[in-house]
Design a protein around this ligand. Structure first.
Ligand code: MN
Length: 484
């Protein structure tokens, strides 16, 4: 889907790339043994090296390396068997060493690609430039005291994967779809919890615009630390519009860093952007180059879980789901697992309808997550069977579902106890039909005189007399026969 910003004179397009910092799931930090627990008291989990004490040496955490390799494989990327740690030199109060240990010329993961699905039914491949691993900075807190800033070092040294994309995004929607896909993949892999609001996944967007058809790229602005998918989309849209406005007024854009204001949705100029040279990168003398073996990478490949794209394709093929339904069911692994458990041995398409319909509606209305659901997978499978084998009608099934939600009982138990079993005994239904026709002699006469749209009225009366328990198809057939 093409997205352009139209002005009186011109059509502009967006050129955008993303850099996403993902906190690595590991028990301890990337270069120290301190805990990575989120939400502990401030400065509880700080080792000497995290605090920048002199003479302390970093020791690389194996688990962080493993997680980065896993993530690289999940993004269909090359794993670099040789990578090097570098020092990125800059002063900031939350960075007591005066440098960050990161990777520069030789990152652990190289080129990769991720498929995104768009709302118009098309898909697009987004290029991954690289993933490097590095240490997180401490957290500065400016809003606790009007005169002081505080620093919490619990975050200092937590392992990060910085995932850098190619400037492949041409619309806010594409960037949003990518962030959702990336979040879904790292959650499937268990390498990052993907919680943008807690800051464990943070997005920087590099945004420039150019005239439609123009070659090359113009100067860009980088919007820092956006903490939700919605805000990232807003920041891209508004920053692009801001740049278009400046160009149209004859102005120029300098490479710059901006921040995103959540209350106004606008981007604000912060500072001119520093260039890589400014950081005086050099190889980290306290850590040797990281070398991985083929066997090591192969072993991790063997442990990979099925990822959302593959699962989606399989759900479409094996269960006959629509692309949209399969997409919704596979976004979170918990939902996909729930569906598969429910669908095992039952009609998958019908199971999907109940999950995406009544179950999701009830979960949303009660603000519950899937694992808090009183309705369990096996209950949905059984409910679908009760409808297919004519034990209950689809209409009664809705009531049964409501009772499943209230009681947590199996549908068969509810049907038994409440006497909701559908009447499929043709003799019993015939008796009902006869009695309805006898009671409505006037309408019967009208029907016979040609008012055939009264058919629905008779069906309704029979269903009503059976308290909804008569098999609707049999009612229809018997009525047709009787009314000739
Ligand atoms: Mn970084």
């Amino acid at each position: 889907m093409t997205y352009t910003i139209k002005t009186e004179k011109n059509e502009w397009e967006i050129v955008c790339g993303l850099e996403i910092h993902c906190q690595i799931i590991s028990k301890s930090k990337i270069f120290s043994g301190a805990s990575t627990e989120f939400g502990d008291d401030a400065n509880e989990n700080v080792s000497f090296i995290d605090a920048g004490m002199p003479g302390m040496l970093p020791v690389l955490n194996k688990e962080c390396v493993r997680q980065a390799v896993k993530t690289g494989l999940g993004l269909n990327a090359e794993i670099n068997k040789y990578s090097v740690f570098s020092r990125k030199n800059y002063f900031y109060a939350d960075q007591p060493n005066g440098y960050q240990i990161t990777q520069y010329e030789y990152p652990i993961v190289g080129f990769g690609k991720v498929k995104i699905d768009l709302s118009d039914g098309t898909s697009k491949e987004i290029g991954i430039t690289r993933i490097h691993i590095e240490q997180d900075a401490a957290k500065s807190i400016h809003d606790l005291n009007p005169k002081k800033s505080y620093i919490d070092f619990n975050r200092a040294g937590v392992g990060l994967m910085e995932i850098v994309t190619e400037p492949d995004f041409r619309s806010p929607e594409e960037a949003g779809a990518f962030l959702k896909k990336l979040r879904s993949i790292v959650r499937y892999l268990g390498t990052c919890d993907g919680n943008m609001d807690e800051g464990s996944m943070r997005c920087d967007a590099s945004i420039s615009v150019r005239l439609k058809g123009e070659a090359g790229m113009r100067e860009r602005a980088e919007v820092k630390n956006v903490n939700s998918v919605k805000f990232a989309m807003q920041a891209i849209e508004n920053e692009a519009k801001r740049q278009v406005e400046i160009y149209e007024q004859g102005g120029t854009i300098a490479q710059q860093t901006c921040r995103f204001d959540q209350t106004t949705g606008q981007t604000k100029f912060m500072r001119l952007k520093e260039y890589a040279d400014d950081y005086r990168y050099f190889p980290e003398p306290d850590l040797p180059p990281l070398e991985l073996t083929d066997e090591y990478i192969e072993q991790i490949k063997k442990e990979m879980v099925e990822l959302p794209d593959a699962k989606k394709e399989r759900f479409i093929k094996d269960f006959g789901l629509t692309a949209y339904d399969a997409d919704v069911l596979t976004e979170a692994k918990e939902t996909a697992d729930f569906f598969e458990k429910a669908a095992a041995g039952h009609d998958g398409k019908k199971v999907a309808n109940w999950i995406l319909g009544d179950l999701f509606a009830n979960l949303n209305a009660n603000k519950l997550t899937l694992d808090q659901s009183p309705v369990k997978p096996e209950m949905i499978g059984e409910l679908v069977d009760l409808i297919s084998n004519n034990t209950i009608s689809g209409k009664i099934a809705k009531d049964v579902f409501a009772l499943m939600w209230q009681t947590g009982d199996m549908p068969s138990k509810i049907v038994e106890e409440k006497g909701l079993k559908q009447v499929t005994d043709s003799g019993a239904i015939e008796a009902l039909v006869d009695s309805v026709l006898a009671q409505n002699a006037e309408n019967l006469a009208l029907y016979k005189a040609g008012k055939t749209n009264l058919f629905g009225f008779f069906v309704g009366q029979v269903m009503k007399q059976s308290k909804g328990s008569a098999n609707p198809q049999m009612v229809n057939e018997l009525l047709k026969k009787k009314l000739g």
